[in-house]
Design a protein around this ligand. Structure first.
Ligand SMILES: *[C@@H]1O[C@H](CO)[C@@H](O)[C@H](O)[C@H]1NC(C)=O
Ligand SMILES: *[C@@H]1O[C@H](CO)[C@@H](O)[C@H](O)[C@H]1NC(C)=O
Ligand SMILES: *[C@@H]1O[C@H](CO)[C@@H](O)[C@H](O)[C@H]1NC(C)=O
Length: 458
């Protein structure tokens, strides 16, 4: 009798209790410079299944801290960084595009920290949802899914609850990352007076944002400045005139979205005046917009030498088996279905940087780096929102000069060096700084787990 009464209860409990972790495989990655433990798996959430790989820090580095890396897009996979320099083994232009063809990375993050890469949001890379599941299509809702994911991770690997926690993102990760940091803080604050909260209360110690897209408005006007009003010019006069003619209408619409109301319909209406078509972005420019001093690239998968190699490696049976990928994912794409979901909601037209105010006020550090040759996310647009984001360091940041730096790792500039709110611009780097300057990124990770923003002027 009692058992019969319990069965429906147990059933609802197990079907509803979806925040579970499944380790698919613990593997050893050895490309000729020692053993590296990699734990692969899914976190099963109500709305979908998030895939991750945890690259364990080398020797004592496994006690130093956790760096969580995800990408932009939105919908771009996180599995580029671990194989182009952040992980212990990397692809090379001459090497085979397979796990056994990898070479030791010269400056892996795993020398200084644990590296967790996650395909986020759901529908990115190896992360997926079934047809009954309805994952978020906007960065505010997706941040709640990330928080659920993070809770599962922190409960599984309890040591990370007391180690420094770093979020590292690229590009659109400036928008999704700002939402995540704000959501984690908000949910922590909601239970902070509870005696026995069910959640792990853990804040990010540092955010490392690479070429972050975090404010549509700054991006859009600096786009015109950089692409059409400075040398070398990206476009001919016809395209530039169109851009200029759209600029005022676009900014008017963005201000309404920002100051009055933001609905999907209004955002979509603004898109045609504010956002370039893929052809204009990739095919029409005179150069590679991810790196201005390189020739133009079309189709977009030719913009980075490693893009096709990574795609081939990821989709090989060897890699699928190694990671333990489910049959539910047919194919790995650099940009997954999540991208189309987010495009449909015009999520891009927002000013997510503002969400960082309470995060920075609560003590999280922000280190931003920009490759100066990038024209996808304009370094000048990044400097613009950083100069008006209220936070304890804003005065110091605004009065800090742009200091020239040249050390053994990089040449470039830094604003407000060594503080908790700092902007580093790297000369000769493009959209993906790790591609050309892996040692600088490694130095950022090394200092981050020690509790500091990397200072290139020291
Ligand atoms: C994921 O969810 C969407 C709805 O948001 C649905 O249209 C799609 O079919 C689902 N994906 C898969 C792979 O079934
Ligand atoms: C701007 O205007 C032109 C012509 O009026 C149009 O073709 C173009 O797509 C618009 N959008 C952008 C972002 O330039
Ligand atoms: C300017 O560039 C656009 C996009 O590549 C092209 O369609 C157009 O024909 C060009 N116009 C002139 C006058 O060269």
């Amino acid at each position: 009798m009692v058992l019969a009464a319990l069965i429906p209860f147990l059933f609802t409990y197990t079907t509803r209790h979806t925040d579970t972790l499944e380790v698919t495989h613990v593997r050893n990655l050895n490309c000729g410079a020692g053993d590296n433990t990699v734990t692969n798996g899914y976190v099963h959430l109500q709305n979908g299944h998030m895939f991750f790989s945890l690259f364990e820090g080398k020797n004592e580095a496994k006690d130093n801290g956790l760096v969580i890396q995800f990408e932009g897009g939105p919908g771009a996979t996180a599995f580029d960084y671990p194989f182009i320099g952040a992980g212990p083994c990397q692809l090379t232009p001459d090497g085979e595009p397979s796990l056994s063809g990898l070479s030791p990375s010269p400056h892996p993050w795993t020398d200084h920290a644990n590296l967790l890469v996650v395909d986020y949001p759901i529908g990115t890379g190896w992360s997926y949802n079934t047809s009954e599941q309805n994952p978020a299509s906007t960065s505010d809702k997706a941040a709640e899914e990330f928080d659920d994911f993070l809770q599962v991770i922190l409960k599984q690997w309890r040591q990370f609850q007391s180690q420094p926690l770093i979020m590292s993102t690229l590009s659109y990760g400036g928008t999704t990352g700002a939402h995540i940091a704000a959501t984690v803080l908000k949910r922590n604050n909601a239970v902070k007076d509870q005696l026995f909260p069910r959640r792990v209360i853990k804040q990010f110690d540092q955010l490392i944002f690479g070429n972050p897209f975090a404010d549509a408005m700054s991006e859009i006007y600096t786009q015109w400045d950089v692409l059409c009003d400075s040398e070398p010019k990206a476009y001919n006069q016809t395209v530039c005139n169109n851009m200029r003619n759209n600029l005022t209408i676009c900014l008017d619409k963005l201000r309404y979205l920002d100051e009055v109301e933001s609905t999907q319909e209004l955002r979509k209406d603004a898109i045609q005046h504010c956002v370039q078509s893929p052809e204009l972005r990739f095919e029409a420019p005179a150069y590679n917009r991810y790196h201005r001093s390189r020739p133009k690239c079309w189709p977009p998968n030719t913009c980075f030498w490693w893009m096709d190699k990574l795609t081939e490696m990821m989709n090989s049976q060897e890699t699928r088996d190694w990671l333990g990928i489910t049959q539910d994912v047919e194919r790995w794409w650099y940009a997954g279905p999540a991208m189309f979901r987010f495009i449909n909601t015009a999520d891009v037209l927002q000013s997510a940087y503002k969400l960082l105010r309470p995060v920075l006020e609560s003590g999280t550090r922000l280190l931003v780096h920009s490759g100066m040759e990038d024209t996808m996310v304009m370094p000048s647009g990044t400097a613009s929102w950083m100069r008006r984001l209220p936070n304890p360091q804003l005065k110091a940041f605004r009065s800090s000069e742009t200091r020239q730096v040249s050390n053994e790792l990089m040449t470039g500039t830094v604003i407000n060096p060594g503080s908790d709110y700092s902007l580093i611009s790297v000369k000769e780097a493009g959209h993906i700084v790790i591609e050309t300057h892996p040692a600088v990124l490694q130095a950022m990770v090394k200092e981050a787990v020690k509790g500091e923003n990397y200072d290139p002027s020291r």
